[in-house]
Design a protein around this ligand. Structure first.
Ligand SMILES: O=C(O)CCC(=O)C(=O)O
Length: 238
């Protein structure tokens, strides 16, 4: 199927919309950029339909805490030639070529334009068929991405919640042992140590700096999310 979509040089054509970019400083060199209306709405639905139909989705067997289980979402991997293989949870996805899916190159170009200096060369795609599909708490801290990976996440279809949770820091563990009296986590702790974003149709969310080292993220199950969501995470393999 050959389609070219108009996303390559012009993320959301309405400057008032595409300009709404929020940068959230998570502290200690971790940062989130949130652009809720990154791609135009109608075009995003065309992309959703294309990805839903044309991507060779699989639902692989993975290993979690020593047990085999079916990954709770569909996936596919696209990467430039010559990169080291990706391996996570005991699964090594086949790397498909960008050339087989031209609209992915258009989206990549739009992402590069929004993030000057970025150079993504691989893409992990996820498809959540319903609110029962999810991604558990994890960090994308594989060595092949380096110590401060920038990960750009574009979403299509059903809105889902994206959660970030601060990992317990080594210093705070030491402090706890030494002298800090046990106390309940306060509301303020929760605000600082957890963040929630709604990933809208056509949105771009970027994790950068030390976010993978210091934070975990997840897309939890949501009974009310009945429709399909597709998510693309662009990454740079060193
Ligand atoms: O679907 C999402 O928004 C997140 C996907 C994710 O966490 C991942 O691919 O590592």
């Amino acid at each position: 199927m050959s389609i070219r979509l108009q996303v390559s040089t012009n993320p959301n054509p309405n400057p008032n919309e595409s300009g709404k970019r929020r940068t959230l400083d998570l502290g200690n060199g971790s940062e989130i950029i949130d652009i809720p209306r990154f791609l135009p709405f109608d075009e995003s639905w065309k992309l959703f339909d294309y990805l839903d139909k044309e991507i060779p989705w699989t639902r692989p067997l993975i290993r979690v805490f020593g047990r085999s289980c079916i990954q709770p979402r569909d996936t596919c991997y696209v990467a430039s030639v010559g990169l080291p293989d990706l391996r996570y949870s005991g699964y090594q996805p086949r790397a498909y070529s960008w050339d087989e899916y031209p609209p992915l190159k258009d989206i990549l170009e739009a992402v590069h334009k929004a993030l000057p200096g970025s150079g993504f060369n691989s893409l992990l795609l996820n498809r959540y068929k319903s609110g029962n599909d999810y991604v558990a708490w994890h960090s994308d801290d594989e060595k092949l991405y380096g110590p401060t990976p920038e990960i750009a996440s574009v979403s299509f279809g059903c809105e889902r919640e994206f959660l970030l949770r601060k990992k317990p820091s080594k210093t705070s563990q030491v402090d706890k042992c030494k002298e800090e009296p046990a106390r309940k986590r306060s509301k303020k702790d929760n605000d600082v140590n957890q963040q929630s974003f709604t990933l809208k149709h056509g949105s771009l969310l970027v994790m950068r700096g030390y976010t993978q080292r210091d934070w975990s993220h997840s897309v939890p199950k949501r009974a009310k999310a009945e429709a399909t969501r597709i998510n693309l995470t662009f990454r740079h393999v060193l």
